[in-house]
Design a protein around this ligand. Structure first.
Ligand code: SF4
Length: 316
């Protein structure tokens, strides 16, 4: 894949201007390695919203242009030792510096801690740690394409650590609703989908309402799977959409889960068993949240999320 756009800016502008409600998200790799292009696009593209996913190292390169952005997702996995273990030494500090930079510069948009949860993660401790500093926390499970662990290790971790941690976290989140709700994105998003009627696509919208544009001008369903044929949907002249099928369509959790993740649905790199084990965790979380349905309905105005597609995938 080329590391800079191979198309003319005008082609991109024409394409995006067909959608009056366009939301444009920059992510990579690290988009701010190409900060000049990001800055140019922030003013050239007629989007309603702009979103940035960044590791935070180069946030200062944006200067006052940060205010063009509506949501900034900073990659940080929880406590310092966990973040630096998964990423690199200094990653936690860089993410925190970026957070402080945004606060000091009075950034008015959303700031989201964007975690990956893998075998060293204690979801309760790591999410709670980040909630001390960030208004919102979101995470995605490191499953299916992980090179850190395998299915058996995931199963053990899910049973012994992740699911008990979720249970505790959901309870605390529900308790917080009376005063100031904790900004836990997966919980807010799931609760919102519980009360909405048309939630039958993956929450990230991949292939249905959200598309990735490669530097070559190809249109993809999912930005992480650029080398897969099923994922290439077209180009600026036209593109098709892609849908989730069975077993999700007949699953009783489909309306909330939406098939969770298009990539994991298509590429079952952990086999059928792996797919089902991830479903178990998804269903467990949905059931935990459903236990508090009455209370959630009462507080729905406080927890409705996301306000627009800000690239949080909702189902971890
Ligand atoms: S829980 Fe599993 S089978 Fe059910 S909709 Fe989600 S991904 Fe599909």
């Amino acid at each position: 894949m080329a590391d800079e756009p191979q198309y003319e800016m005008e082609e991109l502008v024409n394409f995006i201007s067909k959608d009056k409600d366009a939301i444009v998200a920059f992510y990579g790799g690290e988009p701010l390695l190409k900060d000049k292009i990001v800055k140019e696009m922030l003013y050239a593209i007629p989007a309603k919203r702009f979103v940035l996913q960044t590791n935070g190292f180069f946030i200062k390169r944006l200067h006052h242009h940060i205010h063009r952005l509506d949501s900034i997702l900073i990659s940080i996995d929880g406590r310092k030792e966990i973040t630096d273990f998964y990423r690199c030494n200094g990653c936690y500090d860089a993410a925190m510096r970026a957070l402080n930079y945004l606060k000091e510069n009075n950034f008015k948009g959303e700031i989201i801690a964007r975690m990956t949860a893998s075998y060293k993660t204690d979801i309760y401790k790591d999410a709670k740690h980040l909630l001390q500093f960030f208004p919102y926390v979101h995470w995605q499970l490191d499953v299916v394409w992980s090179n850190l662990w395998d299915l058996n290790e995931f199963k053990k971790w899910a049973k012994e650590s992740y699911m008990p941690g979720l249970k505790k976290l959901v309870k605390e989140w529900v308790d917080s609703l009376e005063s100031k709700p904790l900004g836990i994105v997966p919980f807010m998003g799931i609760a919102t989908r519980m009360f909405s009627s048309d939630a039958t696509i993956p929450p990230c919208g991949a292939g249905s309402t959200a598309f990735a544009i490669t530097p070559e001008g190809k249109i993809l369903a999912c930005p992480i799977a650029y080398e897969f044929k099923w994922n290439i949907l077209g180009d600026f002249n036209g593109y098709k959409k892609i849908k989730i099928g069975e077993p999700c369509k007949s699953c009783e959790y489909y309306k909330i889960c939406g098939g969770r993740c298009l990539f994991a649905y298509k590429e079952r790199l952990w086999g059928e068993e792996g797919f089902n084990e991830i479903c178990k965790v998804t269903k467990f979380l949905i059931d935990e949240i459903k236990k508090y349905e009455d209370k959630l309905e009462k507080h729905m105005e406080k927890i409705r999320y996301p306000p627009y597609n800000n690239t949080t995938e909702i189902i971890p």
